[in-house]
Design a protein around this ligand. Structure first.
Ligand code: ARG
Length: 286
């Protein structure tokens, strides 16, 4: 069989993907810097280039706008160098926003800042009692919330989350400090009920969580170490276009094989803080 025939056949079995325009919240990295170390990616001894971080972030912003997303912005606050990672600011479904309560004191003031933004934007904001870092650890797939723990969000926050939204919450235990938030180890590719599809790095999870993921998502894409090491899984999908780290070459190929259109963006500067595409993106599901 010639290459073209093979390609033809692959195309024929490739599932059809449907994009759905998204509404997201982002925070410009005006005050981005690495001045403390709360994850293994961060090294305060290395220089950061804030103007470069801004240019790279602008490119991500432009991509989202070009995809037809509604992009909202929150004012960055001086003294909060990690505020660019908007995913951690809360978790939103419908009109309800579950507020974040950060694990490390360095980021704690971000909790009230994001809650206030969400309140003014018209969401019913639930103030958290438990430590949780929002969409960094909570991801909606179909009707189910996947919830990470082990480094940041507590087990107790998963129970609080289930109470707030009245939905099934599946606890997933992270075991590798480099993949400290769920959104660094698992990407939601299709969140539509009945079409749920994810990608993940199996070794970032404990054995029980791996078994759970294999059982629930037998057709998931398993990424390799090289792609995970550039935070390739820290991706944002609209159901068809998947915005990923441009260096995640293997993952991009896997995405194409599964009928998605990968869009590479270089956020190398924000990687110095241990974050990528998804970290900079909080989905506002209205
Ligand atoms: N420096 C930040 C921290 O350690 C990075 C947060 C990345 N955000 C994410 N959603 N994974 O908290």
């Amino acid at each position: 069989m010639s290459i073209t025939d093979e390609e033809e056949r692959a195309r024929a079995v490739r599932p059809l993907r449907t994009p759905r325009a998204r509404s997201v919240l982002m925070c410009p990295p005006e005050h981005f810097d690495v001045v403390y170390r709360i994850n293994p990616w961060m090294n305060p001894g290395l220089p950061t280039d804030t103007p470069l971080a801004m240019r790279q972030w602008d490119e991500l912003h432009r991509r989202y706008v070009a995809l037809g997303f509604d992009v909202q912005l929150i004012e960055p606050l001086a003294g909060l160098p990690d505020m660019v990672y908007a995913a951690n600011g809360g978790f939103v479904i419908g009109n309800v926003a579950y507020g974040a309560s950060f694990a490390y004191p360095e980021r704690q003031p971000e909790g009230p800042a994001y809650r206030e933004w969400l309140r003014v934007a018209g969401f019913e904001v639930v103030a958290p009692h438990e430590v949780n870092e929002g969409e960094g650890d909570f991801l909606l797939v179909g009707e189910t919330i996947l919830a990470g723990t082990g480094f940041r969000s507590s087990d107790a926050s998963h129970r609080e989350l289930a109470g707030v939204f009245g939905r099934e919450v599946l606890t997933l235990r992270l075991v590798d400090p480099s993949f400290y938030h769920l959104d660094t180890a698992l990407a939601v590719l299709d969140d539509a009920p009945g079409r749920e599809h994810i990608a993940y790095l199996p070794r970032a999870f404990d054995a029980d969580s791996r078994a759970l993921l294999a059982d629930r998502y037998p057709d998931a894409i398993l990424v390799d170490d090289a792609d995970a090491a550039v935070l390739g899984l820290n991706a944002f999908s609209d159901g068809y276009h998947v915005v990923i780290a441009s260096r995640a070459i293997g993952f991009a190929r896997q995405l194409r094989d599964h009928g998605y259109e990968p869009i590479g963006v270089d956020l190398s500067e924000l990687l110095l803080g241990g974050g990528g595409v998804k970290c900079c993106t909080l989905e506002l599901r209205r």
